[in-house]
Design a protein around this ligand. Structure first.
Ligand code: UDP
Ligand code: MG
Length: 313
């Protein structure tokens, strides 16, 4: 029998975890091929999620591990903790809110069984459920990222993935603090199969994402996996120097040969503002990278566990 470890991040999911558990059990109840290990990680929830999880951990139907963080560390840290705790032949990342139905994991496991050269199966959103503008912005992010970074991201690929133990071990080698999981998956390589899916509606609670958080996450992705923005300053500087050289020539020719006086004030103000803006922009980009170096060099732990419960003695 193969063991499937499910890593389930839970942040304020009191209304969903029980439903998730029942669904996961139902999916694998009659399976002769797989046993499941549910690794619920409570990411510092402020509601009753942890108590719900403790109730679930009393079950005898499957292995249940519950890790509870000392505060909210974010989904990326949760995934790392889950990878550390997982022991299965296959590991799957799946949300607790039922947007990613547990029943779909069976399809992923069967695909890994059948195709031995495939190490990772990933669901991607074939049809985006958010608004048109958001889909456009996300699409643009994927395009930019693929152009400027060394990693290749598939449009709409989610964290809903199942992979073999060799991939799990490789992922654990990347113990950086600024974690952009989509990039990390692409960076470690391995043959990945993509399956289309449409996420369900959230059963209870609300999404933890908002446009600002998404923007920050996108920046994190770019800074973690590309150094191209740093080169922007060099190119901008070079471009502006050449431009100003040409302009100087034009002004001199006008003055010496045609005798036109140059109206100075507006030109100077505009140029000062333009150059000031560009310089601040470039310093800002450098600042983003320095802040990452600062965070990484502190070498703080990625997460802190407050409590650990398991029915697998
Ligand atoms: N989550 C988490 N920590 C956080 C934010 C989210 O563990 O700080 C979990 C959340 O409980 C859910 C999953 O990550 O199981 C996905 O979050 P959400 O549903 O808010 O994201 P969306 O589906 O809207 O992309
Ligand atoms: Mg969700």
């Amino acid at each position: 029998m193969k063991k499937i470890s499910m890593i389930i991040p839970c942040y304020n999911e009191e209304g969903n975890v029980q439903l998730f558990f029942e669904n996961a059990i139902k999916t694998y109840k009659d399976s002769k091929k797989y046993i499941i290990e549910l690794i619920f990680i409570d990411d510092g929830s402020k509601d009753n999620t942890l108590n719900e999880l403790k109730e679930i951990a009393k079950t005898k139907e499957c292995i249940v591990k519950v890790l509870s963080f000392s505060r909210n560390f974010g989904k990326e840290s949760v995934i790392y903790a889950g990878l550390n705790a997982a022991t299965g032949d296959y590991t799957v990342l799946i949300d607790a809110d039922m947007q990613q139905p547990p029943s779909l994991t069976l399809k992923m496991a069967e695909l890994l069984d059948k195709e031995e050269d495939v190490d990772c199966v990933c669901y991607y959103q074939s049809k985006r459920i958010e608004g048109k503008l958001m889909s456009k912005v996300k699409g643009l992010f994927y395009k930019t990222m693929n152009k400027i970074s060394d990693v290749e991201l598939k449009q709409g690929a989610s964290d809903f993935r199942m992979f073999r133990a060799n991939v799990r071990k490789a992922l654990l080698l990347l113990d950086e603090r600024c974690r952009f999981t989509k990039g990390i998956f692409s960076w470690v390589g391995f043959k990945t199969s993509y399956l289309p899916y449409t996420p369900e509606k959230r059963v209870h609670g609300t999404s933890k994402w908002n446009p600002y958080k998404l923007f920050k996450y996108a920046m994190e992705g770019i800074v973690s996996f590309s150094t191209k923005p740093l080169k922007l300053a060099t190119f901008l500087g070079l471009f502006l120097s050449i431009l100003s050289g040409i302009y100087l020539l034009v002004v001199l020719i006008q003055k010496i040969f045609i005798g036109i006086d140059i109206p100075g004030y507006p030109t100077i103000i505009t140029l000062i503002l333009l150059l000031g803006g560009i310089q601040l922009f470039c310093i800002g980009i450098i600042g983003e990278y320095i802040s990452k170096i600062y965070l990484e060099s502190k070498d703080r732990p990625i997460y802190i566990v407050k409590e650990e419960i398991s029915n697998d003695k």
